[in-house]
Design a protein around this ligand. Structure first.
Ligand code: A2P
Length: 319
């Protein structure tokens, strides 16, 4: 029988991330606050947000409420946020991390990630909704040095990357003089299992966190294309019946059991709770193999960032 407790992944000595966290992309304002409140109630301690999700204040409001009530201590929580693409330059790192900390009402985050390898020009403060313009000068090595500074000055306990490809990770990793990236957050789900990238990260002792672990079923509008229905895949449904679990729980367990973190997004109290109930069973290696066989390789990718005008022309466009 599997351990009923949360599983932790060690990012660096003393820095452990709960493998299952709450994703908050598209969870705004009231919706976001309710989701985080409900998640903390259900035992979540890892909350994933980002500057661009525009919900750091909502996350901060609920964290404040819980900290003030004494129900949790700051050190029980693992808060992740990310440098926005329009802050992708060395001076953007302290600036945007501080803005995130102010919104979150925290003095440090547990993990700070560079959200994307490509960069855009900084926003004009007097016109924050103006069209974003690609900044082709993005320099990962210089940005990484500024990321390291944030650990040294105590504003982030760990640092990492998101949406970087293998070549880009290798370059940051091999040139990082003080602190290596300890986490890569990427799209990863049943149809896009990222086997090679995960193997590469394992070889560098970089932990992987899966976003869209359920295949982002409600993103077709944002993406402007049909999104495959992983939650109703026949093999997953059969396996779910066998274990008396839901298909979402099977999909999440499949990821977590491979030592990968996952941050399913939900704003629904029942599903938030359901997604956490994956630590009381273990998939057999036979079932893991069946699920592994459903990988569609790069055809399974949903998010290619072509929705950001100009991103695909950036020299650091990753795909
Ligand atoms: P909702 O917020 O209404 O629960 P992903 O994390 O892969 O991007 O998926 C998030 C989407 O999946 C959200 O639309 C969310 O909807 C839905 N979702 C989250 N958990 C479950 C679940 N256990 N069963 C079905 N759908 C879920």
């Amino acid at each position: 029988m599997a351990n009923k407790q949360q599983i932790y992944l060690e990012l660096s000595p003393g820095v452990k991330i709960p493998a299952l966290g709450l994703g908050t992309w598209q969870a705004l304002d009231d919706d976001g606050e309710k989701a985080i409140d409900c998640a903390l109630e259900a035992g979540y301690r890892h909350i994933d947000t980002a500057y661009v999700y525009q919900n750091e204040k909502a996350v901060g409001n609920i964290i404040k409420k819980w900290l003030e009530s004494g129900r949790i201590k700051r050190e029980d929580l693992f808060v992740v946020t990310k440098l926005p693409k329009h802050g992708n330059r060395p001076s953007g790192v302290p600036k945007y991390l501080q803005e995130s900390l102010d919104s979150l009402g925290l003095s440090y985050v547990d993990l700070y990630l560079i959200h994307s390898p490509f960069g855009f020009q900084d926003k004009n403060p007097s016109d924050p909704n103006s069209e974003e313009i690609v900044d082709v000068t993005t320099d990962h090595i210089a940005i990484w040095k500024a990321m390291e500074d944030q650990v040294i000055n105590g504003k982030a306990r760990a640092i990492g990357l998101s949406n970087f490809n293998e070549r880009q990770i290798e370059r940051v990793w091999s040139t990082a003089e003080r602190i290596k990236p300890s986490m890569l957050q990427v799209e990863l789900h049943l149809y896009f299992q990222q086997k090679e990238l995960v193997e590469f990260c394992n070889s560098k002792n970089i932990k992987v966190c899966a976003y869209s672990p359920l295949g982002s079923p409600s993103s077709s509008k944002v993406l402007g294309k049909e999104v495959p229905d992983i939650l109703n895949n026949e093999t997953v449904t059969d396996i779910a019946k066998k274990y008396g679990k839901t298909t979402a729980q099977i999909l999440l367990r499949h990821i977590i059991q491979q030592g990968i973190a996952a941050i399913p997004k939900s704003s629904n109290p029942k599903r938030i709770k359901e997604n956490m109930e994956i630590f009381d069973f273990e998939l057999s290696s036979e079932d893991i193999n069946k699920l592994n066989a459903l990988d569609q390789g790069k055809d399974g990718r949903l998010f290619d960032f072509s929705i950001f005008k100009g991103a695909t022309t950036h020299p650091e466009y990753p795909f």
